[in-house]
Ligand binder design. Structure first.
Ligand code: SF4
Length: 392
C-alpha cells in the first residue's frame, strides 16, 4: 500500500500553454498495458465563496476509451468536478488550486490555463457534456436540426449546408431517433428522445471525452437501460472516453470500467465495478450499495445511510463521514484519512480502517468485523452478482 502524494498545483503556468509530457510520469499510469491517459485531474480544489470547499485535493486520470463513474449523494461535489473540467463553473465557485491536463499525442494542454478562444475550440470538438435535464439544456424555440446545425456551424465553417444536414441525419441515426423528428421542437419529444438528442448534439464533433452529468436521472428504468446500452454501443463504435456522474451506484456498475466514490468533495473509494461490488471497503460505499434494491435476485433489507451529507461550509473535523459512520474510531474525529492506493492497481480507499494507519491494528479490525452493514453489503454483492448473471 502507498499513500498518494498530492501533486503540486502549477499556478505559474503561462496562459494557453501546452506542456510536454515527462515520459517517466507517463510510465507511472495505472496498471493496464493499454492505458493511455486522456485527461488528468491533479489535486483539484474548488470553493464556493470563501471556505465552502466543494471539491478538495481531487486526483483522477481518465484513459482513452475508458468509462469512469463518479458516484455520490447530492452535494458530494461530483457535478462541480464535471463543470470544472469543462470550465463551466460560475461565481461564487472558483478553482483554488490544481491542474487539469488534456493529452493530445505527446503534449498536454492545461485546461484551466487556456484562453477563451482556445477553450471554445476545445469544447464540443474535444470535450463535450450532456446535462442532467434535457428540457433545460435544449433551446425550446429551436428545432433539433437547427440546434445541431448551430454547433456544427460554430465549430467548422468549412461545412456546407448540405453536409451539415447530412451530419445531423447521421447523428440522429446513431442515437436511434427517427429522422422525421429532426424538425421537431424539444417539447414535442419524449424525455428519452430529448436525452438522446442531447447526446447526438454532444457527439456532433466527435469529442474524445463525453461528460455525462446524471443523464438518465429523470427517466424511467426502461428508457434508462436503453440509453445506457446506446452509450456502450456508441463508445465501442466511436472510442470516446466517458466521465459518468451519477448518484446511482447500482446503475454505474453496469457500464463503468472504473468507479470513484465521492463524499464531501473527496474521493473516498475507487476501483473496478467488481471490486466495489464484491469487496466494498469504505463505510459510505457500503451504505450506497445498501440503498438500492436489485431488480432480480432475492429480497433483502435496505439499510441506506443514516443522516445527511454535511454542509460544505462547515465540514466536520477529521473524516467528514464520521457523524454518519457506525464504525468511527477516535482518530476519525480528529484526522482526515489519506487516500491509500494498492500498489500497481487502481484500487484505493480513504478510511482509517483500511491501511491509512498501521497503528490502529486490533481496534480497526474488530470494528470492521462487527459491522452489520458491511456484512449486508457483502451479501448484496453476491445477490447482485446472481441478478446480473441471470439478467435480461
Ligand atoms: Fe468511518 Fe473512520 Fe472510515 Fe471515516 S475513517 S469512514 S469515520 S471508519
Amino acid at each position: 500500500m502507498t499513500n498518494r502524494e498530492p501533486v503540486a498545483a502549477n499556478s505559474a503556468l503561462p496562459r494557453g500553454a501546452t506542456i510536454e509530457v515527462d515520459p517517466l510520469r507517463r510510465n507511472q499510469r495505472p496498471a493496464s498495458d493499454r492505458f493511455e491517459p486522456l485527461v488528468e485531474i491533479q489535486h483539484l480544489t474548488v470553493e464556493y465563496g470563501v471556505g465552502a470547499v466543494a471539491v478538495s485535493g481531487f486526483d483522477l486520470t481518465i484513459g482513452r476509451g475508458e468509462i469512469v463513474g463518479i458516484v455520490g449523494e447530492s452535494g458530494s461535489g461530483k457535478s462541480t468536478l464535471a463543470y470544472a473540467v469543462m470550465r463551466l463553473l460560475r461565481e461564487p465557485a472558483h478553482i483554488r488550486e490544481g491542474r487539469i491536463l488534456y493529452y493530445q499525442g505527446d503534449s498536454a494542454t492545461e485546461l484551466l490555463a487556456v484562453e477563451r478562444d482556445q477553450l471554445r475550440a476545445l469544447r464540443w470538438s474535444e470535450l463535450a457534456i450532456v446535462f442532467q435535464s434535457a428540457m433545460n439544456a435544449l433551446n425550446p424555440v429551436m428545432t433539433l436540426h437547427a440546434q445541431i446545425d448551430d454547433v456544427l456551424r460554430a465549430h467548422d465553417r468549412t461545412l456546407t449546408r448540405t453536409s451539415r444536414r447530412e451530419r445531423g441525419e447521421e447523428l440522429f441515426k446513431l442515437v436511434g431517433i427517427p429522422l422525421d423528428r429532426l424538425r421537431a421542437y424539444p417539447h414535442e419529444l419524449s424525455g428519452g428522445m430529448r436525452q438522446r438528442a442531447l447526446i447526438a448534439i454532444a457527439l456532433a464533433l466527435k469529442p474524445n471525452l463525453l461528460i455525462m452529468d446524471e443523464p438518465t436521472t429523470a427517466l424511467d428504468v426502461v428508457t434508462q437501460r436503453q440509453i445506457l446500452d446506446e452509450l456502450l454501443r456508441l463508445r465501442a463504435e466511436l472510442g470516446f472516453s466517458m466521465m459518468f456522474v451519477t448518484h446511482d451506484l447500482a446503475l454505474i456498475m453496469d457500464i463503468a470500467d472504473r468507479i470513484v466514490v465521492m463524499y464531501a468533495g473527496r474521493a473516498v473509494e475507487a476501483g473496478g465495478p467488481e471490486d466495489l461490488l464484491r469487496d466494498p471497503r469504505h463505510p459510505y460505499t457500503i451504505g450506497l450499495l445498501n440503498s438500492f434494491p436489485t431488480v432480480s435476485g432475492p429480497k433483502r433489507r435496505l439499510t441506506g445511510i443514516p443522516g445527511f451529507p454535511p454542509n460544505i461550509a462547515e465540514l466536520p473535523q477529521g473524516c467528514a463521514f464520521h457523524p454518519r459512520c457506525d464504525r468511527a474510531l477516535d482518530v476519525c474525529r480528529q484526522q482526515v484519512p489519506t487516500f491509500t492506493v494498492e500498489e500497481g492497481s487502481n484500487r484505493g480507499v480513504r478510511c482509517w480502517l483500511h491501511g491509512a494507519s498501521t497503528t490502529l491494528g486490533a481496534e480497526a479490525s474488530v470494528a470492521e468485523e462487527q459491522c452489520e452493514p458491511a456484512k449486508l453489503a457483502r451479501n448484496q454483492g453476491s445477490d447482485m452478482d446472481r441478478g446480473r448473471s441471470s439478467g435480461p
